[in-house]
Design a binder for this molecule. Structure first.
Ligand code: NAP
Length: 484
């Protein structure tokens, strides 16, 4: 199967924070890959901007290094890299000062799509937005891309939305959640809404429960102080996991249109019940295996911030009343694995004398590693041994199903940047969505803060705290094994 690459319109993209970690690891290598694939037109321009005094040549050397480090060898040919670097420029700018802005203005060309990627600390978003306007660099068609975290709570998210709204309309603001750029996440919508097979079963009558797992092996080392002010609930649940939950639980939108999709996601967030204290388990990884523990990494011996959280959540609407959604995410776990598992109910009556009993159908959507889908179904065990049943996976790994193109799935960032240039906001969070997510998250956090709860310790390389197992066991269910 050959995937089609449709070039976007030529653009001028300014990357604020172009010397930072995100730009070097994701944004610049991603743009190069789109250039290599023929999607980024050759007359587009990428303008790096940061405070560091740097010549264009020095910045191009930074970009070359980022490409060498983060782009696979078969896509790195000297001629393409040189042609790409030729499209790269640099301007020294302080978001909080006036110097550099006239030079940036001089770089912008008429008739190009104009986009500004704010890959800087959120505290600078307001300064950038204001100066882009003040210096006449942004116009009514320009787009801005803002990174997470989008606020720390409802009040700060509202304040941030209000700041951006002073200079940009909602249709110009692209709040990035890179989970939405993953191939499998978008495929979730295709599977649900482009097939007749699943949708009739996609409700509380047929779905026993849903599990969403985002497990990481990394610790918070190196960003412990930042993480300690955030924790797993703010860092992962309020945004990434909430978005996944929305895509599973939402009603079919009337059309695959940005606002139609986002309206339906918003309804899911608003239908979430408050979480009961007994349905929350928080954990913190201990020291172990010669490695430091969370409190060492956070440099806060009294920290009560969670590096792990598991929650049982209910979506109170006609479709989902009675089907629990179990969510969990954590650092320093046994494997790096993100997946959504939809467990269907057993058939109402067994006609087989199968001693093993029934096993449920499970649809597993893997986000990483090895993006793909897998449906567990019961079949007859092959052979003459009578009617014995066995559960087998109907496996659809994208790498296998799509041949060469399957192994070449664009990174979420590069896909999303192309959507910004196309002006398609479907995979970006709308302001009211972000606020609704915080409105649900805030009382959960306030609840454990008021109760003075402390997270339970868990061993590095484990599946998380013991109590998280109990969260499922007491409902007669089990977490799926975390494995890569
Ligand atoms: P970083 O490595 O600290 O880089 C920050 C960038 O901002 C640098 O290029 C810095 O360059 C520039 N900068 C700082 N102050 C500035 C100012 N006053 N005016 C203009 N430029 C300024 O941060 P990062 O990790 O790349 O993160 C950038 C944003 O992405 C943050 O909002 C972060 O939360 C978000 N994010 C990052 C990741 C990630 O994996 N890194 C993941 C998700 C979200 P100079 O010092 O030269 O100015």
């Amino acid at each position: 199967m050959v995937s089609r690459v449709i070039p976007v319109d030529p653009f001028d993209l300014v990357v604020f924070g172009a010397t930072g970690d995100l730009a070097r690891r994701k944004i610049l290598p991603g743009l190069y890959r789109r250039f290599w694939a023929g999607q980024m037109p050759a007359d587009s321009a990428i303008i790096g901007a940061a405070r560091s005094e740097m010549t264009v040549e020095a910045f191009r050397a930074v970009v070359r290094e980022a490409i060498d480090e983060h782009v696979s060898a078969e896509k790195r040919d000297a001629a393409t890299i040189d042609a790409f670097l030729d499209r790269v420029d640099y301007v020294t700018i302080d978001a909080k000062g006036e110097a550099g802005w006239p030079s940036l203005k001089a770089e912008m060309r008429k008739g190009m799509v104009r986009a500004f990627y704010f890959s800087v600390a959120p505290s600078l978003f307001g300064d950038l937005a204001e100066r882009l306007h003040k210096h006449g660099i942004a116009d009514a068609q320009s787009r801005i891309v803002v990174e997470k975290p989008f606020g720390h709570d409802l009040d700060s998210a509202r304040a941030l939305n209000a700041t951006l709204a002073r200079h940009f309309d909602e249709h110009q603001i692209y709040r990035i959640d890179h989970y939405l750029g993953k191939e499998t996440v978008q495929n979730l919508m295709a599977v649900r809404f482009a097939n007749i097979l699943f949708e009739p079963l996609w409700n509380a009558q047929y779905v026993d429960h849903v599990q969403i797992t985002v497990a990481e092996t990394v610790s918070v080392e190196g960003r412990g102080a930042y993480y300690d002010r955030s924790g797993a609930m703010r860092d992962m649940v309020q945004n990434h996991i909430m978005q996944l939950l929305c895509l599973i639980a939402m009603e079919p939108p009337y059309h695959f249109d940005p606002d139609a999709v986002r309206d339906e996601k918003l309804k899911v967030i608003r239908a979430l019940d408050p979480v009961q204290p007994q349905d929350i388990v928080r954990g913190q990884y201990r020291a172990g295996g010669g490695q430091a523990g969370y409190v060492d990494h956070s440099e806060n011996p009294d920290s009560t911030t969670e590096s792990y959280i598991a929650l049982k959540v209910h979506v109170s609407n006609w479709r989902w009343k009675g089907t629990p959604f179990y969510l969990r995410t954590g650092k320093r776990l046994r494997a790096r694995a993100s997946e959504i598992a939809i467990t269907f109910k057993e058939p109402p009556h067994s006609i087989f004398d199968d001693e093993k009993g029934w096993r449920e159908n499970v649809l597993v959507i893997r986000l990483q590693p090895d993006e793909g889908m897998n449906l567990k179904v019961m079949i007859k065990e092959p052979g003459p041994g009578g009617m014995r049943l066995v559960q087998v996976p109907l496996d659809m790994s994208f790498a296998e199903a799509l041949g060469e193109n399957g192994t070449d799935i664009p990174d979420a960032y590069e896909r999303l940047i192309m959507d910004v240039i196309r002006g398609n906001q479907t995979l970006f969070m709308r302001g009211d969505e972000v606020e609704a997510a915080w409105a649900w998250t805030d009382p959960v956090i306030r609840g454990w803060e008021d109760r003075g709860d402390r997270p339970q310790g868990y061993d590095p390389g484990s599946s998380g705290p013991e109590d998280a197992l109990m969260l499922m066991h007491r409902d007669g269910r089990r977490w799926r094994e975390i494995r890569d």
